[in-house]
Write a protein that binds this ligand. Sequence first.
Ligand code: DP6
Length: 354
Amino acid sequence: MNETRSYFSAWKAPSNLAIVKYWGKKGIQEPVNPSISMSLSESVTTTRVKAVPRERGSVTFRLNNREAPAFLARIEKFIINLQDRLPFLSQYHLEIDSQNTFPHSSGIASSASAMCTLTFCLADLQQQIDPSRSIHIEEVSSIARLGSGSASRSVFGGWNLWGRTTVIPESSDHYAVPLEVAPVFQNYHDDVLIIDSSQKSVSSSHGHALMNHHPYREGRISQALENTTQLLKHLQSGNTEDFTEVAESEALSLHGLMMSSSPGYTLLRPGTLEVIHETRKFREKTGIPVAFSLDAGPNIHLLYPGSFQEEINKWEETTLKQFCENGQIIRDRVGKGPEKIIETTGVGPEEKQI
Ligand code: DP6
């Protein structure tokens, strides 16, 4: 190869919270059931990649200015598997630098935003190096999926569906599609109550694998299909009460599946259950449609229409903060999706603006 210049790309992409949960895989990183998520606004990863020509592809990776060996191993595997689709990867050394706006193990999926930003950078670099190769957003989603399933849903802002359902003909197991939703859901809030920030004992990837021989596997797939159909209806009609019912059923089912796996495990903490009880009580008393959701961890996501922000924040301060580790609450909401970062770098034969 005679290429001597380096290239640079930087992107910012959000994490997302699934309401209908992806839990269980088939084939090559395909979901056993469809999932629906909202992309977040504040919880984002920014990734900068410098590609330097080399005889063979290689990678260095820093996360929040530190080495991160476990994630580096995951990125190396991801990149090796992509060399057919993005051929520049076999001829460049990549210096990858990622920064998260949210704390590690905060109940916000960092693999979704990290793999999503990285994929945008790689697709951008491939197109800079070979302008004849154009990469459509569906392909970005499909590549991000190979890094982490939930990352496929972070390529768009707003609400997204990943996985095949007959209700949405353009849906696919390979990439996510954006959804039209009622105005109330365009400004939905997600306050993350940090109940316990310690590293979880069982990874999501392991949890997915336990679904392969789970006694409730078929029942779970039917339930998720039905919840997908229902949620699509509620998102369109703007029915926040029915949305709440689906969101909570999915959160509890996810953790029920973990408890009934073989071996079984639980990621819930006493504070998680306290907040679930308080949420039900508050909803009954005030009529405010606030729902709890859970990711694969003990932290609670409180979901509610933006118009109730004041009441909810007051309640969080007076009643819920006591259950949070160091009183920590991360306030987020539906976001606009990934953005390319334009910056001047000292890369290449001369300063290059992208
Ligand atoms: C419970 O996307 O983290 O958050 O594909 O193995 O990287 P991998 O799994 P991951 O699983 C997410 C599981 C979940 C539900 C969801 O986001 O849909």
